[in-house]
Design a protein around this ligand. Sequence first.
Ligand code: ADP
Ligand code: MG
Length: 255
Amino acid sequence: MTMNNLVLTLNDVQKSFGGLRALADVNLQVEEGKTLAIIGPNGAGKSTLLNVCVGLLKPDSGTVMFDGQELTGKQPHEIAQLGVARVFQTPEIFTDLSLIDNVMLPALSKRDGSFKFNPHLHMRKQTEVRDEAEHILADVGLKEQLDMEAGSLSRGDKRRLELAMCLILHPRLLLLDEPTAGMSRHDTNQTIDLLKKIKQSGMTKVIIEHDMHVVFSLADKVSVLARGKIIADGTPDEVREDPLVKEAYLGGAHQ
Ligand code: ADP
Ligand code: MG
């Protein structure tokens, strides 16, 4: 049996906040080009898990490996530089800038290695980045609002904008924390379509999601987190039938 490249691997990751064990012996693997969904009740440790992956939190023990390289101990900007991008639970956008500027910014601020400042190259790069930002805004369905101030967008549109800001970086691994939270059914369906399109491009994803419709539309594998532990994992169909999962969902404070 051949195994695809593992893009992300967590080995025995532990994280406590005081006496609270937010993550206990978490192990997971994500193969190249696949989508892993992480589901579980509120407070299960899902956001903590993503924070550990992007370097915002340091695990107490265990390791996070990305493309065979250890991320544990690296700074968030170093991890981003390696090709890991994350869409937060609350959109982090520049509310006083236009949509197009919001999308251009991450690409323009990406370091170019030994690149010395050259006005001609800089102008050319600006034009290229602008073209690409326009394409990406069209992909996420925000083409018409290009020059609008980001702060005036609806909540669902802000999340789409944040996704566009990640996509322009062409991440190798995209982490999404509840990308459809607070969205209408219509916006949710549009976001599913968009994430399916991204999947076809071969990008590896980890998605945290409450909405089972989203999970079953997008995930190749599902891991279920409850009180900091992975209590089940497998294909969406396998996980759906797991008695432990049913119990966690029926008994927990899930909303
Ligand atoms: P989820 O995203 O699954 O809802 P979180 O990862 O946000 O869960 O939180 C897991 C647990 O850790 C919760 O009990 C939460 O209150 C706690 N927690 C999360 N972040 C912190 C923090 N920075 N300090 C203290 N406790 C935290
Ligand atoms: Mg969370």
